[in-house]
Design a protein around this ligand. Structure first.
Ligand code: BGC
Ligand code: BGC
Length: 641
């Protein structure tokens, strides 16, 4: 157009044909980049990150921007929906899979299908697919399941946790997924909380150290990029520190409840992990359902925008929790307009809607059009989302291929998980007198008894967030080694291993067992379903302990997401081991019980005598635990470390 106008002007005053040709050539050449759209700046990876973001944002409509801010669940996603609403992100909720026991190829196909819908939009902005990979790629069949965070805290080994992050990234990428909702950097201050196992420790320092998982998941930050969101290529994933902030501090550990603490307490206990997460380049941060002193975190402008974005200079994007904005009002969704306004105003950039996306999109669009939410707020959100997508190379590599599928549940990763299990075990008692230790156990005993509800239950061993959101019971949920199988593999081939879940005393006494291994603990649970005021183990666990330990020399192995009531039974036991939620590699438990490796784990939590002492944390003035924070006996390895 511009060229034609120039030509017309010139035509009136000049008839020189040579000049004409020159003008036409010049104008075509000037206009080509605009009219033919051959060169698109934001698509050019040689351009600076900010140039690409600004160029793309300059082309986006309000509709396209709000689409970027919308995350929907895979069960409501389709190529068409992605395309029509410009959806910026899709997630798998807990247990949400394309098919039961789906192969990595099936996962990749699904993710790529959604992606093709996004790529065929006008601007072709890729969506980002996210999933909870909180102890390995836990929704996926045959993935390596690592110990839950409470056990990793007991290892005191941030480099191990970093390696676990790198292995998890590979397994997640094996299924075509570039984004995980992990790590949970909650500081659980009360084990009655159903998510306590997702927390590395009650001690903020340990949680800070364990943020090493972030460079494991995302890759090492380049030296000049401290504190900048960073994902190092196609074998790494974007991480998400959660749940900001104070999720582990709620009264009586009630999930999603109120954390009552002064500003100093918030900053010194619940915030430190976020400093390290940001320094380590975390790409995203998820907001907590919980409230701080009565104000919902999802509506907390001062902590999200004021502190996280302005003060800490976090440059990645802030994501809501699942229906997190709905829950700003009580009952949830009671006043959705208010929820949308409060959440977006507070500074949340991406909304995990995850089902009623048209309602969210319509509401937010209306509020922007009415100037209730300024365009600058929308632009801040979109800029952050695009920054992460550009930086991680999603524009250049939006579609996954099958080159990493062999990584899923690989032998190498299982060995790593087994090492983590070994290092996470905490030995709480060894022998009725310190001079007569029971452990390590003899591999050559003629006949041993294995008892308890958790000895041969892979599902319980893995805990919540495994295949299903709430976890499962039994052995066919995925591939792995139960503690019973591991024991059988470890002892001498001539040793007779007898398994009985809940044997009675008569039976035990009439058999000549050299000793017994009792494996008991909690059933699987996640989130609110795990909230517990009594912290007891699953029945008939105490009975099993009484019967077995009353009849034969016994070691009790507790499989649980947290310290549980264990008194008045400790005196009856010869040895006691906290195994936490070890995951699929039960062999790690046998490795240490039988002395191939020594016990090294230290409690990352205080073990209470009775629940009426709770909350009780290291450093408290009245501290009278059964086993203090940091406690853990050692044994000499006969091989290993
Ligand atoms: C949990 C988050 C999780 C999200 C997606 C929520 O219920 O609180 O930790 O990332 O669901 O599954
Ligand atoms: C969980 C999701 C899960 C859903 C099931 C949410 O609170 O975080 O991951 O799929 O509930 O209803």
């Amino acid at each position: 157009m511009k060229g034609t106008r120039i030509m017309k002007q010139k035509m009136g005053t000049n008839n020189n044909p040579i000049l004409w040709v020159t003008i036409i050539m010049l104008s075509t050449c000037l206009c080509a980049p605009i009219t033919n759209a051959k060169y698109i700046k934001y698509k050019d990876p040689r351009q600076a990150l900010n140039t690409r973001i600004s160029d793309l944002m300059g082309r986006m409509t309000l509709e396209e921007k709000i689409g970027q801010m919308t995350q929907i669940e895979r069960s409501v996603a389709s190529t068409k929906v992605m395309n029509k609403y410009f959806i910026g992100s899709v997630l798998s909720g807990g247990g949400s899979v394309p098919a039961k026991k789906a192969s990595p190829e099936t996962w990749i196909k699904m993710v790529n299908q959604f992606q093709s819908g996004s790529l065929s939009t006008r601007l072709g902005i890729p969506m980002i697919y996210g999933i909870d990979a909180v102890h390995g790629h836990n929704n996926v069949y045959k993935a390596t399941i690592f110990p839950h965070n409470v056990g990793l805290g007991a290892t005191r080994d941030p480099q191990l946790v970093k390696r676990i992050g790198a292995a998890t990234a590979l397994e997640v990428r094996a299924t075509g997924i570039p984004y995980v909702f992990a790590p949970c950097i909650a500081v659980c201050r009360d084990p009655r909380w159903g998510r306590c196992y997702e927390s590395y420790s009650e001690d903020p320092k340990i949680v800070q150290e364990m943020t090493q998982i972030i460079p494991g998941l995302q890759g090492d930050l380049p030296h000049n990029a401290k504190g900048v969101p960073f994902v190092g290529g196609q074998s790494k994933v974007a991480a998400c520190a959660k749940h900001y902030v104070g999720d582990g501090g709620t009264t009586k550990g009630i999930n999603e409840n109120n954390t009552v603490i002064d500003y100093h307490g918030l900053l010194s206990i619940h915030m430190p992990g976020y400093y390290n997460a940001i320094i380590n380049g975390v790409s995203t941060i998820m907001v907590s359902y919980s409230s701080w002193n009565g104000l919902k975190m999802h509506a907390n402008y001062n902590l999200i925008t004021g502190f996280l974005k302005n003060k800490l200079k976090f440059r990645g994007f802030v994501i809501s929790d699942w229906q997190g904005i709905d829950r700003i009002t009580s009952p949830a969704h009671a006043n959705y307009s208010y929820s949308v306004h409060a959440g977006i105003h507070a500074g949340i950039d991406m909304i995990m809607v995850p089902y009623n996306y048209t309602e969210f999109i319509d509401e937010l669009t209306l509020q922007v059009k009415k100037n209730l939410i300024p365009m600058t707020r929308i632009d801040d959100a979109v800029r952050r989302i695009l920054r992460v997508k550009f930086q991680m190379g999603l524009f250049e590599h939006p579609l996954a291929d099958t080159s990493l599928i062999h990584q899923l549940g690989s032998q190498e990763h299982r060995e790593l998980a087994r090492e983590a299990v070994r290092k996470s075990l905490v030995l709480l008692k060894n022998g009725k007198s310190p001079y007569k230790p029971m452990l390590p156990l003899s591999k050559k005993a003629p006949k041993i008894l294995v008892a308890g509800s958790h000895a041969d239950n892979l599902g319980y061993q893995c805990g919540g967030w495994t295949i299903e959101w709430q976890g499962l019971s039994g052995n066919d949920l995925t591939q792995g080694t139960t503690i019973l199988t591991a024991i059988k593999k470890t002892v001498d081939p001539k040793t007779n291993v007898v398994y009985k879940a809940n044997p009675n005393q008569k039976y035990i006494k009439s058999n000549k067992f050299s000793y017994a291994i009792v494996v008991v603990g909690e059933p699987s649970y996640a989130e609110t379903q795990g909230d517990s005021l009594n912290l007891t183990i699953a029945s008939p666990g105490y009975n099993t302990i009484k019967n077995v330990c009353g009849s034969v020399k016994c070691v009790v192995v507790v499989v649980s997401g947290r310290p549980v009531v264990i008194e008045p039974y400790v005196s009856k036991m010869d040895a006691l081991v906290a195994a936490w939620l070890p995951g699929t590699e039960g062999q790690g438990v046998a490795d240490v019980l039988f002395g191939d490796y020594g016990f090294t784990g230290k409690l990352s939590r205080t073990w209470f005598k009775s629940v009426d002492q709770l909350p009780m944390n290291v450093g408290d003035r009245h501290y009278d635990p059964l086993f203090p924070f940091g406690f853990g006996l050692t044994t000499k390895p006969t091989k290993g470390y």
